[in-house]
Design a protein around this ligand. Structure first.
Ligand code: AP5
Ligand code: MG
Length: 193
């Protein structure tokens, strides 16, 4: 199994590149942000609780997203690989993911970390906020809070995996296709095509 974490701050292109990667490699795409937005759209109890955090730009509690990922792993027993997008976002989530995968005799293969300058991130998200249905893209204060959460709680996740030599940092600015080629090159170096 190939288990990839596509890592990076809000707006760095995780969702955009995930779509292209799953099409090429046939993995299961697990985006906790997408899963949470689905819960909100379905007006579930979990969705209602998560929305309060998301609309403020805060992370939702670890146990909520860990539970969702555990269920998604169990629901796909024959997957040839998983692409984790927006998860793990705290050290506790990283440890929980490692334990879940170990329980299936597997582990994280590679972490690809997209690096994009802060003002470019804000510009991308504000731009998408003009047209998207995402409530957390409309207000610059919420966008800045998301970036602050990233620096305070999430950036250390890359350091956590770097200790195991699993992290490659990729420049996330430029054309979508050029960035995709850089990601593919790192993946194929781990898993010859
Ligand atoms: P989540 O849905 O994960 O959002 P995010 O990480 O804040 O980031 P985005 O999805 O906005 O950005 P992205 O990196 O996917 O970039 P994209 O490809 O969209 O999380 C939302 C919220 O849910 C969190 O704030 C939190 O509350 C909660 N949550 C989710 N997971 C959680 C977890 N594990 N733990 C706790 N809470 C959690 O691109 C962004 C824009 O840029 C797009 O408009 C795109 O078209 C454009 N773009 C992409 N690439 C380029 C490029 N190369 N050049 C120019 N523009 C580009
Ligand atoms: Mg995304």
């Amino acid at each position: 199994m190939f288990n990839l974490i596509l890592f990076g701050p809000p707006g760095s292109g995780k969702g955009t590149q995930s779509e292209k990667l799953i099409e090429k490699f046939g993995w299961i795409h697990l985006s906790t942000g997408d899963l949470l937005r689905k819960e909100i759209a379905n007006a579930t109890q979990l969705g209602l609780e998560a929305k309060a955090f998301i609309d403020k730009g805060q992370l939702v509690p670890d146990e909520v997203v860990i539970g969702m990922i555990g269920s998604a792993l169990d629901a796909n027993p024959n997957a040839k690989g998983f692409l984790f997008d927006g998860f793990p976002r705290t050290e506790a989530q990283a440890e929980a993911l490692d334990a879940l995968l170990a329980g299936k005799g597997s582990e994280i293969t590679l972490v690809l970390a997209l690096e994009v300058g802060e003002e470019e991130l804000v510009a991308r998200l504000l731009n998408r906020g003009l047209t998207s249905s995402r409530s957390d893209d409309r207000d610059e204060n919420v966008i800045r809070k998301r970036l602050q959460e990233y620096h305070n709680k999430t950036a250390i996740v890359a350091d956590y995996y770097a200790k195991f030599g699993k992290v490659a940092r990729i420049k996330g600015e430029g054309t979508i296709d050029d960035i995709f080629q850089s990601l593919v090159a790192e993946i194929e170096a781990k898993q010859p095509a």
